[in-house]
Design a protein around this ligand. Structure first.
Ligand SMILES: NC(=O)C1=CN([C@@H]2O[C@H](COP(=O)(O)OP(=O)(O)OC[C@H]3O[C@@H](n4cnc5c(N)ncnc54)[C@H](O)[C@@H]3O)[C@@H](O)[C@H]2O)C=CC1
Ligand SMILES: O=C(O)CCC(=O)C(=O)O
Length: 428
């Protein structure tokens, strides 16, 4: 029986284009054929969408309004979980797509969560610290009714960090009348944050990168690595690859691209970015003005760790890497994915490659509930084990079923979601 699944536009616009194809493949390899059509209809629709107006008083006394979102895509396997993004291009459909990615990611690494995501359509660089705090607090109050340690647990994403999580935790706690540290993860250590969370996503990228390199017979020591995005994910991944003896030959951020074929000094680059806010002007490498050239840099491993839809049909053919580690969510367009597949590039999909962050968020949440905190070594060991196990399971399924790692990850994840739904009896 062939079931044709129409993919909703919020997914196709933001790069989960082949969702329907994955589902066809799941049809082929799982025992859930009879129930799949009903399940697909549910997976296509986020469970809960909240759009809020976030008004703040600016420092000059004027009032500004921002649009905020929190979307819970699926909660079959547990409370919603996913980050909050502050970016001028955030839209409801993007947040809906990102929440669907979280459903798949959380199931792919088997943490007991559903998928959720949030965001505010704002360029936070245009706000003072005071304005940023007022906006964050107002947003938290507006979404207060749908978040909570057992309901939906936000975390950092693009342009959000530990300080913003601290304000969110404080605002939620004030509204509840008692401190609820488990309402967000990615908090400062002093407020119940977990050791290793800040580095966790980049570390997870590095761990699966080592696994993928081993499968391809590539030695990390001496391997050439190019990284797009030098924030939380890209900056840490670059540091760990460099510490392992790889050469970070190119880094691109929102302003500039720096290259050095003998390898950039990543620590010096990080110090420069901390000071200036960008890789632009870094003296330890050559700045290239044509941003598109970044994709054609001679490298073995490419880590897109900025935003969605960066690897496209325009640049996919020029990519020289053997392995792509998707640090960002949805960095590869479906059409570009096909080109990479034809070229024989090994793509480790976002839902595995960048799942280290949510994995340590899970550890943070568990530690907050028990008020007992693990050492950084314990965190990193557990993280490494989960990442390796998830990679291996997906790799084996991909080999067995002759599908890509991305399709295999979706199969593993969607099967888990489907099993949970089946056990709970939550058919639409
Ligand atoms: N922070 C986390 O724990 C997780 C983040 N992610 C994903 O990783 C990606 C990056 O997130 P973070 O590192 O947290 O964000 P961040 O805000 O710390 O850093 C973003 C980086 O991307 C760069 N960037 C922005 N627009 C760009 C453009 N058009 N071209 C090139 N570079 C650009 C920025 O300059 C910055 O270096 C996002 O897709 C996010 O959803 C995924 C899993 C967890
Ligand atoms: O740590 C988390 O809860 C979620 C991080 C996130 O937003 C993501 O993995 O894309």
């Amino acid at each position: 029986m062939t079931i044709k699944h129409e993919v909703p536009s919020y997914l196709t616009q933001h790069g989960i284009g082949p969702w329907g194809d994955y589902l066809e493949q799941i049809d082929r390899v799982t025992p859930y054929l009879g129930n799949l059509a009903r399940w697909v209809e549910t997976m296509k629709r986020p469970k809960r969408i909240l759009v809020v107006d976030v008004p703040i008083e600016r420092d000059d006394g004027t009032i500004a309004h921002f649009e905020g979102y929190r979307v819970q895509h699926n909660t079959s396997r547990g409370p919603g979980k996913g980050g909050v993004r502050f970016h001028q291009d955030v839209t409801l459909s993007e947040v809906m797509a990102l929440s669907a990615w979280m459903t798949v990611k959380n199931a792919a690494v088997n943490v007991p969560y559903g998928g959720a995501k949030g965001g505010i359509r704002v360029d936070p660089k245009t706000l003072s610290q005071g304005e940023l705090q007022r906006m964050t607090r107002r947003y938290t109050s507006e979404i207060n009714i749908i978040i909570g340690p057992n309901k939906d647990i936000p975390a950092p994403d693009v342009n959000t960090n530990e300080q913003i999580m601290a304000w969110m935790m404080d605002t939620y706690s004030m509204n509840q009348g008692s401190t609820a540290s488990g309402v967000v993860t990615g908090k400062p250590i002093s407020l119940g944050g977990s050791l290793g969370r800040r580095e966790a996503t980049g570390r997870g990228v590095f761990v699966v990168g080592c696994e993928a390199a081993a499968k391809r017979g590539l030695n990390i020591h001496g391997a050439k690595v190019a990284v797009q995005g030098f924030g939380n994910v890209g900056g840490i991944a670059a540091r760990l690859f460099s510490e392992a003896g790889a050469k970070v030959v190119a880094v691109q951020d929102h302003i500039s691209t720096v290259v050095r074929s003998s390898g950039l000094d990543v620590a010096a680059l990080q110090a420069h970015v901390n000071e200036t806010g960008s890789v632009a002007g870094f003296k330890g490498g050559e700045e290239i003005s044509d941003r598109a050239q970044f994709w054609a840099v001679d490298c073995d491993i490419l880590v897109p760790a900025a935003l969605e839809q960066q690897i496209t049909v325009e640049n996919a053919s020029s990519i020289r890497a053997k392995i792509i580690l998707e640090g960002a969510n949805g960095p590869t367009s479906p059409a570009a994915d096909d080109i990479l597949h034809e070229k024989g590039v090994l793509v480790v999909p976002d839902v595995i490659a960048n799942a280290g962050g949510v994995t340590v968020s899970y550890f943070e949440w568990v530690q907050d509930f028990s008020s007992f905190f693990w050492t950084e070594d314990e965190i990193n060991l557990r993280l490494t084990r989960i990442m390796r196990e998830a990679f291996t399971a997906v790799w084996q399924l991909a080999e067995e079923k002759k599908v890509s790692l991305r399709t295999a990850a979706f199969i593993v994840a969607c099967t888990r979601v489907l099993q949970a739904r089946e056990m709970r009896g939550l058919y639409p």
